[in-house]
Write a protein that binds this ligand. Sequence first.
Ligand code: SF4
Ligand code: SF4
Length: 211
Amino acid sequence: MGHDCARVKLIEIADSAGRDALPALTPLTETPLSLPEPEKRARLNRVLARLAELGNPSGERAEMPVGAAYGAIQVDSDACTLCHACVSNCPTPALKSGGKTPALSFLEADCVQCGLCEQACPENAITLMPGFLASNARETRHICHEEAAFECISCGKPFATVSTVATIKQKLANHPYFAGDAMIRLEMCEDCRVKDVWKTMIRDPDAQLKV
Ligand code: SF4
Ligand code: SF4
């Protein structure tokens, strides 16, 4: 953060002499930092933001050892299908889905480098990057990956991403249950898929077994 190392001092709770010897607040820091947030990480982030504000952050990412509680993740856009398994497993708000549009976003300040997203990703698209970004950019959420929604070929409702449908079709290409017309149902939403199954059964009752 570009501060003199002497700015941070550790004093024991009972060391009142050490506490009294602390330098007086300068005009810039006249208001002591108040930390009302109940979450420890949120309080830590406020302290780091204040240090960045008063210091001279390099803007660089300092390398940290594997297992450090600071860092980012790298998402391979070519592999990510936006399944959001990583979002469901992330114990902090670091990873979020895009809401109304298929997207994955990341906030470095909230990432504790636990690695659960990396382990949960079925496409091996996530790599942990331990390190500390000495800049307020760590407080800015950015999009890791986004893509167009896949619309149901029957009713037009968006129900998945283009890459999810392509991946599932590829994985089930040789599966006997999806031979012939059944494969096309993977391009239908959950409602149209069921309707199409019933239409098939009415036309050909023997098809029930195939269904
Ligand atoms: S990074 Fe992996 S787990 Fe996360 S949305 Fe993409 S494919 Fe799914
Ligand atoms: S490493 Fe942990 S905290 Fe960071 S994004 Fe992945 S699951 Fe979330």
